[in-house]
Write a protein that binds this ligand. Structure first.
Ligand code: DON
Length: 307
C-alpha cells in the first residue's frame, strides 16, 4: 500500500484500546499527568507530505529520544573515537535505568549511549563555555535538525526529574569516579535532565526521524552530520533503542527507533520516511505499548521494514 492510501484514523482507532495494557510513567511525578488513552502519529516523506492522526499535536517531553540528539552532537564535538572509547556499542539486555553492569562489566564503561548510564556520559561530552552554554548548544542543535525553532524545556518536568533522579545521580557519580565523566558531574546531570525535559509533539519527532532517514541532511539537502554518524545512530537505534525489548521490537516493527518514557517513539524508514508517535501508556519495559502496535500495523501495510 502507498502512504497516501493509509487510513491512519482507522489504525489509531484500532489501537486505542491497547493503551489499556500499559500505564503512564509515574516515577517522574510530573509525567503521571499524561492522558493514558492518548495516541497520535505523524509521518513525513521526502516530498514534503505530512500525514497525521490522533493526538499528534499534544505536547510531551522527549525523554530518552533526546539521547539520539545528544549522541550526534557529542560525536560532532569530540569525534567517534573519543565518544566510543568511553561508551560502548553493545546492547545491555538490561532495563534503561539499570546500574548493575556498570561495575561488573569487564568493559569498564556503560554498554551503549541509549541506556541512562551511557547517555549521562554522552551528555558530559557536549562542548561549551559553561553548563548553560552546553545545554543551549544542544537545544540549538535539536532545533536545527528538527527544523523546529519553538523547542524549549518544560520546567516542571525538569525539576521533577532532577528532584527524583537519584539513580541517575548515582550512575553519574560512579562514572565520574571511573574517569568516564571528565568535568563536573552535577553539570552533566543538569544537561541530561534538561535534554529529557524538552517539549515536542509527534510532528517534531517525525522531523527528527526524517533527518536521520536522509543520512543527516536537512530539508534543503544540506549535510548537518555525516552519513557515517547517521549510520552509527541508526544502528544503535536498532540494537539498543528499545532497551531490553530491542530484539522483539526489531522482529515486530523492523525499523531503527527510539522510545522515551514521555510516550514518544521516533522511527526511521531509511531514505524515505520519518515517523513520530505519541503514546504515553507504557509497557513493563518503559516503551509505548499502543505506539508499538500502531507501528507494527503501519509496517504491515506499507511493507517498509528494513529486515
Ligand atoms: O532518566 C530517565 O529516567 C528519564 N529522564 C528518561 C528515561 C526514558 O525515557 C527511558 N525510555 N523509555
Amino acid at each position: 500500500m502507498e502512504l497516501k492510501d493509509l487510513n491512519l484514523e482507522k489504525l489509531i482507532k484500532n489501537n486505542r484500546e491497547i493503551t489499556n495494557l500499559g500505564n503512564v510513567a509515574d516515577y517522574i511525578p510530573e509525567l503521571s499527568k499524561a492522558n493514558k488513552e492518548d495516541l497520535g502519529i505523524c509521518i513525513l516523506d521526502n516530498n514534503g507530505n505530512i500525514y497525521c492522526a490522533g493526538e499528534y499535536q499534544t505536547k510531551f517531553t522527549v525523554q530518552s529520544i533526546s539521547k539520539v540528539v545528544a549522541l550526534m552532537l557529542a560525536i560532532l564535538d569530540n569525534g567517534e573515537e573519543y565518544v566510543f572509547a568511553r561508551v560502548g556499542m553493545e546492547p545491555s539486555g538490561d532495563p534503561f535505568n539499570s546500574i548493575r553492569k556498570l561495575e561488573t562489566s569487564s568493559r569498564g564503561k556503560p554498554y551503549n549511549p541509549m541506556i541512562n548510564a551511557g547517555a549521562i556520559a554522552v551528555s558530559s561530552m557536549i562542548k561549551g563555555d559553561d553548563v548553560k552554554d552546553k545545554f543551549r548548544r544542544l537545544l540549538d542543535f535539536f532545533k536545527e535538525i528538527s527544523e523546529d525553532q519553538t523547542l524549549e524545556i518544560n520546567s516542571k518536568v525538569y525539576l521533577s526529574e532532577s528532584e527524583t533522579g537519584n539513580k541517575n545521580r548515582s550512575m553519574g557519580y560512579y562514572l565520574k569516579d571511573e574517569g568516564i565523566i571528565k568535568g563536573n558531574v552535577e553539570e552533566a546531570l543538569e544537561i541530561y535532565f534538561k535534554q529529557c525535559s524538552i517539549e515536542v509533539t509527534a510532528i517534531t519527532i517525525a522531523k527528527l526521524g526524517l533527518f536521520i532517514a536522509n543520512e543527516g541532511r536537512n530539508s534543503l539537502g544540506e549535510e548537518i552530520i555525516s552519513p557515517r554518524i547517521s549510520r552509527i545512530v541508526k544502528t544503535l537505534m536498532v540494537t539498543c533503542g528499545m532497551y531490553d525489548s530491542s530484539g522483539e521490537f526489531a522482529v515486530r516493527v523492523g525499523l531503527p527507533s527510539k522510545s522515551g518514557v514521555g510516550g514518544g517513539i521516533v522511527s526511521v524508514v531509511p531514505n524515505k520516511l520519518g515517523i513520530g508517535i505519541y503514546s504515553p501508556s507504557l509497557d513493563s519495559k518503559g516503551n509505548p505499548v499502543a505506539g508499538i502496535s500502531l507501528l507494527e500495523d503501519i509496517c504491515n501495510e506499507l511493507k517498509c521494514r528494513i529486515f
